[in-house]
Design a protein around this ligand. Structure first.
Ligand code: NAD
Length: 498
């Protein structure tokens, strides 16, 4: 069995722990590797390596950092297909989708290439007689990233390019379910000329995460994953005095008004609900059909859901792959069962789907459940699978109120031809990322990404300007250069300008 190791100090490291976790191929259902799980001592070794590397890297010039970032950008771009195949084999998503994920991660690397501009400070000349005032930002130290299975390349790239460009060093703890993309990134960093120890990868589970949260040399923690773990990370990390941004789970709604084009809307809803088998934090999992929109919408979405080509992520014809593990499949299948038991109408039932040649794969077909109400488990739970619930509402205000009553607030969308309704929605909905006739409104890298309510714990969104702010702290300098022979006398009142 192939073993997947850590990456510490610019080279692979086996670590001290005998614990491992299986890495599956979700399409075949077979175990393809085992990943080592770090002990507290292994994490300590990685953090100490990163802390030592910080001494040099934090002093590197902005142009040195930008050059390394540009070189890394070229290498990731050239190896996009390799990343995509690694992701597809461990996560299950189709290769074209995985290429898109790498592209969106690359955009953050490109943003970080502009670090000399992003770190420009402020300067005020002559704030008082002979006194100037200026501010600049400095790196924090060792930053840690703890990331989910569903975007094994992109989500870590939301973090480490910005952190490293700002002069920090980094320890990444990727998902143990699809750990290999992070190791390719580590190799490319070395090839790009990043000094050893600036970027490290430790694989692991709760033991490794807790060791990072408690380590006195970790200054900041970026987390992306499910809401219960995000809440825990934020509480434990901040209690240990660290800066923490913890992005959590989601239940993303799309409101569909009767004036929306039915073809356009159903095409986009199907792609947003079933793309990547629904395992996206920005997937649409609840459509809220307003007024008379419901019946026609359910008919169109159901027809398109039945036509989705489900197969191995490596098959170029596949539009949707398997879900990540057998446990995920069983959980999703169980939740679909509760949907019909609790009064929903199974318009399309994806349970029991068999893919020829992949009979042991972790497949669930696209599923549409109509007449869902807010008390049902399929509405309350984050299913994280290819299941679209359709809820009915009488008015756009009722639909907005329904979204605002939901504990999550990651993304949401409205499909309409009414600018007035869209504007009411964008101003009134308590959600961080909003789409107007755009179902998956993931902001570009030069904006920041983040939800509201139980979808984010902490004060800063990720990447973009808020990312630079998260990974640096400000210094403000008040400066006077008097003539050597000048004497001004002592003044004992609090300094004011003159
Ligand atoms: P997860 O919360 O199970 O795992 C995320 C990370 O936390 C992994 O590295 C995992 O090893 C670690 N972890 C798991 N259990 C832990 C524990 N008890 N203590 C400490 N660490 C633990 O999430 P997942 O299943 O890998 O990913 C799917 C979830 O991530 C979904 O809820 C999805 O909505 C969310 N997600 C959110 C965003 C966002 O931007 N808000 C983006 C992607 C995914």
């Amino acid at each position: 069995m192939r073993t997947i190791n850590h990456w510490i100090g610019g080279k692979p490291a086996t670590g001290s722990s005998a614990r491992t976790s299986p890495v599956w191929n979700p399409a075949t259902g077979e175990q393809q590797a085992e990943v080592v799980l770090a002990s507290t001592e292994d994490v300590d070794a990685a953090v100490r390596t990163a802390a030592a590397a910080f001494e040099q890297w934090s002093q590197s010039s902005l142009s040195t950092r930008a050059k390394v970032l540009f070189a890394f950008r070229e290498l990731v771009n050239a190896r996009t297909q390799d990343f995509a195949e690694i992701i597809s084999d461990e996560h299950g998503k189709v290769v074209s989708d995985a290429r898109g994920e790498v592209q969106r991660g690359l955009e953050v690397v490109e943003y970080a290439c502009g670090i000399p501009t992003l770190l420009k400070g402020e300067y005020s000349d002559q704030v008082s007689g002979g006194v100037d005032l200026f501010s600049f930002r400095q790196p924090l130290g060792v930053c840690a990233g703890i990331t989910p299975f569903n975007f094994p390349a992109m989500v870590p790239m939301w973090m480490y390019p910005v952190a490293i460009a700002c002069g920090n060093t980094f320890v990444l703890k990727p998902s143990e379910r699809d750990p290999s993309a992070s190791l390719l990134a580590a190799e490319l960093w070395s090839e790009a000329g990043l000094p050893d120890g600036v970027f490290n990868v430790v694989h692991g589970d709760k033991e490794a995460v807790d060791a990072l949260l408690d380590h006195q040399d970790v200054a900041a923690v970026s987390f992306v994953g499910s809401t219960p773990i995000a809440r825990y990370i934020h509480e434990r990390g901040t209690a240990a005095g660290k800066r923490v941004q913890a992005l959590g789970g989601a239940k993303n709604h799309a409101i569909v008004l009767p004036d929306a084009g039915i073809d356009y809307t159903s095409d986009h809803l199907v792609a947003a609900a079933f793309g990547s088998a629904g395992e996206r934090c920005m997937a649409i999992s609840a459509a809220v059909a307003v007024g008379g929109a419901g019946d026609e919408l359910v008919a169109a979405v159901s027809e398109k859901a039945r036509a989705v080509k489900v197969g191995s992520g490596r098959d170029a014809d596949s539009e949707m792959g398997p879900v990540v593990t057998a446990a995920a499949r069983d959980r999703i299948v169980g939740l679909i069962g509760t949907g019909s038991e609790q009064g929903g109408t199974l318009a399309v039932d994806g349970r029991g789907l068999r893919v020829p040649g992949y009979e042991n794969g972790f497949f669930v077909g696209p599923t549409v459940i109509d007449n869902v109400t807010t008390e049902m488990d399929v509405y309350r739970e984050e299913i994280f699978g290819p299941v679209l619930s359709v809820v009915r509402a009488d008015s756009v205000d009722e639909a907005i109120a329904l979204i605002n009553a939901n504990p999550y607030g990651n993304g949401t969308a409205i499909f309409t031809n009414s600018g007035e309704a869209a504007r009411r929605f964008q101003r009134g909905v308590n959600v961080g990322m909003i789409g107007i006739n755009v179902p998956i409104p993931v902001p570009m890298a030069y904006y920041s990404f983040g939800g509201w309510k139980d979808s984010l714990f902490g004060d800063k969104h990720i990447h973009g300007p808020e990312g630079v702010s998260f990974y640096t702290r400000a210094k403000v300098v008040t400066s006077r250069w008097p003539r050597v022979e000048a004497a001004s006398g002592s003044s004992f009142h609090f300094p004011t300008s003159n």
